[in-house]
Design a protein around this ligand. Structure first.
Ligand code: BTN
Length: 331
């Protein structure tokens, strides 16, 4: 649950104690209930304290659960998570450079599909196109998930759009105003960016090794928390709702929605999600410029296809665009 993954004893202890909050469990009962050595409990309790769990520890009476912290701990994320494949294992950290980097390392070491890495803070959060992702502590969600699809690498780009739909659906549940997807992987609320997706593929000629889907969500940032240069273009759920949102609920709902979307994607690619892709699109019918490497094109966005590509009407005809940075020209 923290800097080292451990064996999950802290999570088991928390889950055990919270069955009867406010009631002491004797040491004897805990030791037999969890099948552990008494000495192992000291480490688990220290870790729980690091994560700001409020437990009362009494040498004579044992331990009781008082309150959970407002932090993304693995035990809290898993508590009430109803997914089958995604997020059944969560590595939660207080501070990391980048959850995407960590998830990639775990994937290279053989971690299975669905493993999730979260952090309260990122010191080198990465965005698309080499940008940084502003990742202050205790306010945002910084989450990466390992996927191991067996389809060919050419089908991977649509995973960003698939994730964007799951994220847009999740954020819309809070009714914060107009939720939109700016192809392929920015989420806007009321015209400002609230979340971004960084999908990183590791593949060889014979197939995909793994995909890391990284999601950064501005949840409880106040307007003044953003650096000056982001203030006009970035927002948070809190800023739009004018109240705080529960990050844990958000993470659990997102993992649930992502699992549903991913299941559809494995079978049908985006075919079954296209209605929502179009509904959320901030670009459909808009005149845009597309910067892709050194080339720059202008056109009107006609559609998004079942692989997640943008269909652009340019002066020379219809083009299918799979990558690039889009800017809206006309309102
Ligand atoms: C973008 O909009 O440019 C994409 C931002 C993606 C940020 C997330 S936060 C979790 C994960 N770890 C990272 O370093 N980046 C992604």
């Amino acid at each position: 649950m923290t800097q080292t993954a451990r064996d999950g004893l802290t999570d088991r202890l928390i889950n055990y104690l919270r069955k009867r909050p406010g009631i002491y469990f004797s040491w004897k009962k805990i030791v037999s209930g969890l099948q552990v050595e008494r000495t192992a409990l000291d480490d688990a309790l220290a870790l729980a304290a690091d994560w700001e769990y409020k437990l009362r520890v009494n040498r004579a009476k044992g331990v009781k659960f008082v309150a959970a912290p407002d932090l993304l701990t693995s035990a809290e994320i898993l508590h009430g998570l109803k997914t089958k494949r995604l997020g059944r294992t969560v590595h939660a950290y207080r501070s990391v450079k980048s959850t995407n980097d960590l998830a990639a390392r775990l994937a290279e070491d053989g971690a299975p599909e669905g493993v999730v890495v979260t952090a309260e803070e990122q010191t080198k959060g990465r965005g698309r196109l080499g940008r940084n992702w502003f990742s202050p502590p205790k306010t945002g969600v910084y989450l990466s998930i390992i996927l191991r699809p067996t389809f060919p690498p050419e089908d991977a780009p649509g995973l960003s759009v698939m994730t964007a739909v799951a994220l847009a659906d999740t954020l819309a549940t809070w009714r914060p105003g107009k939720v939109q997807i700016k192809w392929p992987n920015d989420i806007w609320i009321n015209g400002r960016k609230v979340a971004g997706i960084l999908t990183e593929l590791s593949a060889e000629r014979n197939g995909i090794n793994h995909v890391i889907v990284g999601v950064g969500i501005n949840v409880n940032h106040r307007a003044g928390d953003f650096p000056e240069e982001l203030r006009a273009t970035a927002t948070s759920l809190r800023r739009e709702l004018r109240r705080k949102a529960d990050r844990l609920e958000l993470v659990r709902l997102f993992l649930h929605n992502l699992e549903q979307e991913y299941t559809l994607y494995l079978k049908y690619r985006l075919k079954k999600s296209l209605t929502r892709v179009r509904k959320y699109s901030a670009l459909l019918g808009r005149e845009v410029t597309l910067q892709s490497g050194h080339s720059r094109r202008t056109g009107v966005v006609k559609d998004i296809d079942r692989n997640g590509a943008l269909i652009l009407q340019t002066a020379t005809g219809l083009e299918t665009i799979t990558a690039g940075e889009v800017t809206v020209v006309k309102k």
